[in-house]
Design a protein around this ligand. Structure first.
Ligand code: NAD
Length: 307
C-alpha cells in the first residue's frame, strides 16, 4: 500500500529533509507539506513537485494530519511545536481499526513540552503514536541525508520509524522511552555550546601568539583538543563565508537555555552553562554577529581580522 507522509516546517533543516524523503521514498507515496511561510512550500513544489509528482501542499495543519499516515514536524521552538500540535487536534478522528497515525517530532525542544504534545495526540480521538527524534548533523547532514536521529520511543515502533528516518539520516539511535531522544540531544548540544566557544578562544589565542591559523587548526585536529568545532566547523573556515548559513547563534542560545533548564530540573550541576549563555547573548546582541553561524563567537572575540 502506498504511504502518505506529512512534513511540517520546511526551514533550514526541514526543507532538505523533506526533499530527501520525497526523492528516496517510493514514487507512488504521497508527501503532504505545510509551512506558514508560503515561499518555502512554493519553492519545494517548483523544485520537486512537477518532476517527482505526489507532492501536495496542505491548506492547513489539520489537513496534513487528515491526509497523512505519518506526520513529521521540524519547527524552531517549543511554542511552535505546541501551536502546531494544538491544530493537529482539530483533524478528523481516526476511524477504529485504521492504522494509527504516527507523529515524529524532530525539533529540538524541552522534554516537558514534547511529552505534553505527545500525550495530547495519543489521548485524543486521533489515537496517535508519538516519537521524539531530534537530529544532529546540521544543514549539511540534512542535505546529504546523513543526519543522526536520537529517538525516544516505545520499542514496538522502532522498525517503522527506523525505515523512515533512514531515508533522511545515516544513524538512528534509540535512546530510550519518549523524551529520551531529547535528553540525548540537549546533553550533546550543551557540550557543543562550550566546545564552540573554547575552539574560538583557542584559535584566537594561537593566532595572537603568532601562529598561522592553518598550522594551528591542523595541529589541534591531530591532538587532544580536537572536536567537531575545531575539525568540521572551524571558525577560521566559517569566517571565509562571513559565518553565513550553518547553525544560527540564536538556535545555539536556545538549545543551551533548554539544557540549563533541564539541568536545573534534575539538579545536575553545570559549571560552564551560565557563562556560556552570557557569551551567546552578547554575541547575538552584536550587530556584525547577529543571525550568523554560532562559530561567529570568533569574530566577537576579535579573531576575525576583517571586521
Ligand atoms: P528554521 O527557522 O529554519 O525553520 C523552521 C520552519 O518552521 C520555518 O520555515 C517556519 O516558517 C516554519 N514554521 C514555524 N512555525 C510553523 C507552524 N506553526 N506551522 C508550520 N510551519 C511553521 O529552523 P531550522 O534551522 O530548520 O531548525 C528547526 C529545528 O531543528 C530547531 O528546533 C533547531 O534547533 C533544530 N536543529 C537545527 C539545526 C541547524 O543546523 N539549523 C541542527 C540540528 C537541529
Amino acid at each position: 500500500r502506498d504511504a502518505t507522509w506529512g512534513f511540517v516546517g520546511l526551514g533550514q533543516m526541514g526543507y532538505p529533509m523533506a526533499r530527501n524523503l520525497r526523492v528516496k521514498a517510493p514514487a507512488n507515496d504521497t508527501l503532504v507539506i505545510f509551512d506558514v511561510n508560503k515561499d518555502a512550500t512554493k519553492r519545494f513544489v517548483d523544485e520537486l513537485g512537477v518532476t517527482s509528482g505526489n507532492v501536495v501542499v496542505a491548506g492547513g495543519l489539520e489537513e496534513v494530519v487528515d491526509r497523512s499516515g505519518t506526520i513529521l514536524t521540524m519547527l524552531p521552538e517549543p511554542r511552535h511545536v505546541k501551536s502546531a500540535f494544538n491544530s493537529f487536534l482539530n483533524a478528523s478522528s481516526s476511524p477504529a481499526g485504521k492504522e494509527q497515525k504516527l507523529f515524529i517530532d524532530c525539533s529540538t525542544i524541552d522534554i516537558s513540552t514534547s511529552l505534553f504534545v505527545g500525550k495530547s495526540v495519543c489521548e485524543s480521538s486521533l489515537n496517535g503514536r508519538f516519537v521524539d527524534a531530534p537530529v544532529s548533523g546540521g544543514t549539511v547532514g540534512a542535505a546529504a541525508g546523513t543526519l543522526t536521529f536520537m529517538v525516544g520511543s516505545e520499542p514496538a515502533l522502532l522498525p517503522r520509524i527506523t525505515r523512515l528516518l533512514s531515508l533522511m539520516g545515516s544513524r538512528v539511535i534509540h535512546c530510550g522511552p519518549p523524551g529520551a531522544g531529547l535528553a540525548g540531544k540537549l546533553s550533546n548540544n550543551y557540550l557543543l555550546s562550550i566546545s564552540n566557544i573554547a575552539t574560538a578562544e583557542a584559535m584566537n589565542l594561537g593566532v595572537k601568539l603568532g601562529l598561522d591559523s592553518k598550522v594551528l587548526k591542523d595541529l589541534i585536529n591531530v591532538s587532544s583538543g580536537r572536536c567537531w568545532s575545531s575539525e568540521i566547523n572551524n571558525p577560521v573556515d566559517t569566517a571565509q563565508r562571513e559565518f553565513k548559513g550553518g547553525f544560527g547563534v540564536s538556535l545555539m542560545k536556545k538549545d543551551l537555555k533548554l539544557a540549563i533548564r533541564a539541568a536545573e530540573e534534575t539538579g545536575a550541576k553545570l559549571a560552564m552553562g551560565e557563562r556560556a549563555r552570557e557569551v551567546y547573548e552578547a554575541v547575538e546582541g552584536t550587530e556584525e554577529c547577529k543571525g550568523r553561524d554560532f562559530s561567529v563567537v570568533y569574530r566577537w572575540l576579535g579573531g576575525d581580522q576583517r571586521k
